[in-house]
Design a protein around this ligand. Structure first.
Ligand SMILES: [Zn+2]
Length: 387
């Protein structure tokens, strides 16, 4: 005869508190769907949400903690409100969804709901409307502006002062859009720390105020992006020592998983886009723009270049793949310049959200300031032969 398993279920007041403190949103930060609604034929409500256990309600369940008392197991602190999809998902995979991650989701979503009380609800996370930031529209226009309207795939921007190019370059970008190479048809926005491919040329909806509307190509869902770019699954590669003045490969040491992130950032950001040294490799325009703008706004430039490299696919002709070079970056949170260790390298502290890692990460990354490879490729170094 099978013994009934003892399950420490939440009492109704705990379930209600879990639901109410997130206003019925799924607590998974990139989901946050509404989980309760009115039934159309009665005065009742229905729900697609559930109060889930952080540590399982019974032995053998996900994240079960034998040291918990039954009272702790059914307490508010051990619960999280999730939509039924994510309730099922987190209970099916306790490795991907450890207890600490669930507690972080819970407190972040509680904080989000607290900050939204009395405001118009919008899809999460809403881009900051009022804050101005640097926007790249293709490779020749850098302009300060802000988001004045937005839905899932379209943005409306109000543009201000140009940092690179001018209004004629903007019209040029619109006019030559169809003939431009695909990886030049992008927007990258510092304030959201993200970018995207444009599905069609920007339309200038108000010439006087310079308001443009953009349609973005569809992107991966968060679940698919995680499956594609999860850095914890990255295989072994040779280590690069970045502590030296001139970073270099260490031939007898390898790194894998999340440890490859800093050196991937270094390699891609130091590579000069369009330069001869990298051949067909992807690269950044950090050094080029640093020179063009005499170092002005270099933090904004780095942020916008990472956002571009994280969202615009780079086509590798040899491997026949098409993927963003920094696709593992989910969002750029901040860039701060640090003291340079060598005159050859800018030093930047990057705060980034990374696919597969729960918390925002900080990396100190050297980025070459040399634009030498944008010039003619040297054939023979004649200086070796003396005057
Ligand atoms: Zn959900």
């Amino acid at each position: 005869m099978a013994k009934a398993k003892a399950r420490d279920e939440f009492p109704d007041p705990v379930k209600r508190a879990l639901y109410e403190r997130v206003n019925g949103l799924c607590s998974k930060p990139d989901c946050r769907v509404i989980t309760k609604g009115a039934k159309s034929d009665t005065d009742q409500a229905f729900t697609i949400g559930q109060a889930s256990h952080i540590h399982a309600a019974s032995k053998g369940g996900p994240r079960f903690l034998s040291t918990q008392t039954p009272a702790q197991r059914k307490a508010f602190a051990n619960g999280i409100w999730l939509c039924s999809n994510h309730g099922t998902e987190v209970d099916a995979d306790e490795i991907t969804f450890p207890a600490d991650m669930l507690r972080t989701w819970k407190s972040k979503t509680e904080g989000y709901v607290r900050s939204m009380v009395g405001k118009m609800p919008s899809y999460v996370p809403p881009p900051p409307r009022s804050e101005e930031g640097l926007i790249a529209l293709g490779p020749n226009v850098l302009v300060f502006g802000r988001i004045v309207g937005h839905s899932a795939k379209s943005w409306k921007l109000s543009l201000g002062e140009f940092l690179l190019g001018d209004v004629h370059d903007l019209y040029q970008f619109v006019d030559t859009f169809e003939s431009a190479t695909p990886d030049d048809r992008y927007v990258s926005f510092e304030r959201t720390g993200a970018g995207g491919m444009l599905a069609q040329p920007p339309s200038i909806v108000d010439e006087g105020e310079l308001v443009v509307s953009l349609e973005l190509e569809s992107t991966l869902s968060p679940a698919n992006a995680l499956a594609t770019f999860d850095v914890t699954k990255y295989g072994k590669t040779l280590a690069i020592d970045m502590a030296l003045d001139e970073p270099h490969v260490v031939w007898d040491r390898s790194v894998s998983g999340a440890d490859t992130v800093p050196q991937r950032l270094f390699v891609i950001l130091t590579g000069v886009k369009g330069g001869w040294r990298g051949g067909d490799d992807p690269g950044s325009r950090v050094a080029e723009l640093n020179l063009k703008l005499s170092g002005d706004h270099i933090e904004n430039i780095i942020a916008i270049e990472i956002a571009r490299l994280a969202s615009v696919p780079y086509h590798d002709r040899l491997l026949k793949t098409s993927e963003p070079a920094l696709g593992f970056v989910r969002r750029v949170r901040g860039v701060r310049m640090m003291a340079q260790r060598s005159p050859l390298y800018l030093m930047a502290r990057l705060s980034l959200d990374i696919w597969g890692l729960a918390e925002t990460q900080e990396y100190d990354i050297p980025i070459s300031s040399s634009t030498e490879s944008l010039g003619p490729e040297p054939k023979v170094d004649v200086s070796l032969f003396g005057p």
